[in-house]
Design a protein. Structure first.
Length: 325
């Protein structure tokens, strides 16, 4: 560009004839709207999403072939209110309840059996509840929360008779949106539902969202209705005083920046509240790969889950599902 043109451009800028493009406004931390939408879209950071989902489906089939079909038990009157129970042969065994992910919209218990064999062979009952899609309730998360609370109440009252479970050793895990819902279960005042305050003996929450403020500002608001009271009520980070047992908060190193930040902040807040909170970082794993390690007793989540339940990994433990370290 010639000197004349440079001087002309400076004059035009000075007198407002030529203006630089306006910067996009920041909506959360230092994120613009487009950037915030991106960091709450896990698929953007997981180019192998389709392959991972196919692998999990195949491993769910393999697990059922190895340990048998689950018992399908109703915990409520609604058609969706059923549990898949994979019972262990151990007597009076602990119970592990797993809440699946799917952006609060998708997923079935049947498609989340890939980790069942680890628990069954390790000496625990593995329970996966079905629950409604948020799209069935005009974006309201509360019905999903209520259903999952009902499922836990049902397990507490019926586990011994139905499948030989020890109701005093119920442990919980959840992944992604299920990680959020699992954290909401951990902050529930169970005494209001007639259960002991410490009915959930531990929590393993994976790649979840624990502060809904930024979620409500993201593109997720297109299918989830998050007004101020719901954000306050359903953001676990604001109710840490209700968590009674040890807690492991996990995320992968290849997650989106916000999913990693949510885990770090929840862990930091938990420790500040005196909780037995541990941050587990899963190496070289994107959002969807992290949960696959729950199926392997020698991988991060499988090892953590067994440890929380006080179960030992036997040297001859050989899961039939494809391990992912």
């Amino acid at each position: 560009m010639s000197l004349t043109r440079v001087l002309l451009a400076l004059v035009m800028l000075t007198f407002g004839v030529l203006r630089p493009p306006a910067a996009e406004p920041v909506v959360w931390l230092d994120y613009t709207q487009a950037e915030l939408d991106r960091v709450y879209d896990q698929a953007v950071y997981a180019p192998n999403l389709a392959q991972v989902l196919k692998r999990q489906a195949a491993n769910s089939v393999a697990a059922r072939q190895a340990i048998g079909e689950p018992r399908r038990l109703a915990y409520g009157s609604n058609a969706t209110e059923h549990l898949d129970v994979y019972p262990t042969a151990a007597k009076n065994a602990p119970i592990h309840i797993y809440i699946h992910g799917g952006t609060w919209r998708f997923g079935r218990a049947r498609d989340n059996a890939f980790a069942a064999e680890l628990f069954v062979r390790g000496g625990a009952h593995f329970v996966v509840p079905d629950f409604a899609s948020v799209t069935d309730h005009d974006g309201n998360l509360q019905p999903l929360v209520d259903q999952l609370r009902s499922a836990i109440v049902w397990v507490y009252h019926h586990a011994a008779a139905e499948f030989g479970g020890d109701r005093d050793r119920i442990h919980l895990s959840g992944f992604s949106s299920g990680g959020h819902l699992a954290a909401v279960m951990l902050i529930t005042d169970w005494t209001r539902l007639g259960l002991p305050a410490n009915v959930l003996k531990s929590g393993l929450i994976v790649s979840g969202m624990y502060d809904l403020d930024p979620v409500a500002l993201s593109s997720r608001r297109e299918y989830v209705t998050l007004h101020a009271p719901a954000i306050a009520r359903l953001s676990p980070i604001h109710h840490l005083n209700r968590i009674t047992g040890p807690l492991i908060i996990a995320h992968g190193t290849l997650e989106t920046p916000e999913f990693k930040r949510q885990a770090r902040e929840f862990h930091r807040a938990g420790q500040a509240h005196g909780l037995a909170a541990e941050l587990l970082i899963i190496p070289e794993s994107n959002h969807f790969e992290t949960i696959e390690t729950l199926a392997n007793p020698y991988a991060p989540l499988g090892r953590a889950a067994l440890r929380l339940m006080g179960l030992d990994v036997k040297r001859n433990f050989a899961p039939s599902v494809a391990p992912l370290e």
